[in-house]
Design a binder for this molecule. Sequence first.
Ligand code: ZN
Length: 273
Amino acid sequence: MSTRSNNLTWAVIISACVMGGAMAVDRTLLSNSDAALPGRAIAEVPILMYHRVDALPTDAATMVRRMTVSPDELREHSRWLRDEGFNTISFAQLDAYFRGEFTLPEKPIILSFDDAYDEHYHVVAPILKRFQLGGTFFIHTDWIGQYDCLTWDQTRHMASAGFEIGSHTRTHPLLTALDDRALRSELRDSRSEIARQLGVPPAIVAYPFGESDERVQQAARSAGYSMAAGTRDGSFQRAGERYNLRRIEIRSGDDTQTLKRLIGGAPRSTLRG
Ligand SMILES: [Zn+2]
């Protein structure tokens, strides 16, 4: 299952992810239900976005290289986050904070991992556990148990170990290109499948390629998600943008100094990589 035989498939998905992120639509969706308690409309909660966490094959394509962090790098990041006193929270807790039902810890941060790679179970979860960090894993449900994706058993283990599982739709399509019916199915059916498999519906969906527009964000709300994550840069989260939260892309070669600058709000484009 972990062979590189479908590197090409992943390379296509990953490169589309990155390119989509660069074109992400910067729109917010405001409505009464997005209103936050006074003083809670904005919070400094950096959300880190990882993809593969694996040793790089020597012939890795540029995009694979860019989106792959080595286990040693993740270990180094985790140690640094712990030593600097960061406290991981879940998306569900961020949502509860906006609603006035959760108090943020000092230096809150969310660690998120996209695309359901099986090393998220074998490598990432043990590293996070070792450094007492939480994490959120975004899975595209139709792919679970196929290729080198997680299985439902592994996903259940991770959920029962306290990690948050979020939806990454059913098939990882570009949501803005779908008709209403397909859009609804990608959002609703992935949510209900996770609820069926894990016993709890996910609070959050991450848009494939980071792409959304007002119609997609409205559909995410209608499907029952409390929040949705995009790929726009930034460390501050706003209640009015809860259907397009900001995330910081972490790339191969990012050391803790880079991490520190990104978390501090430096735009990715000003840094190396
Ligand atoms: Zn993805």
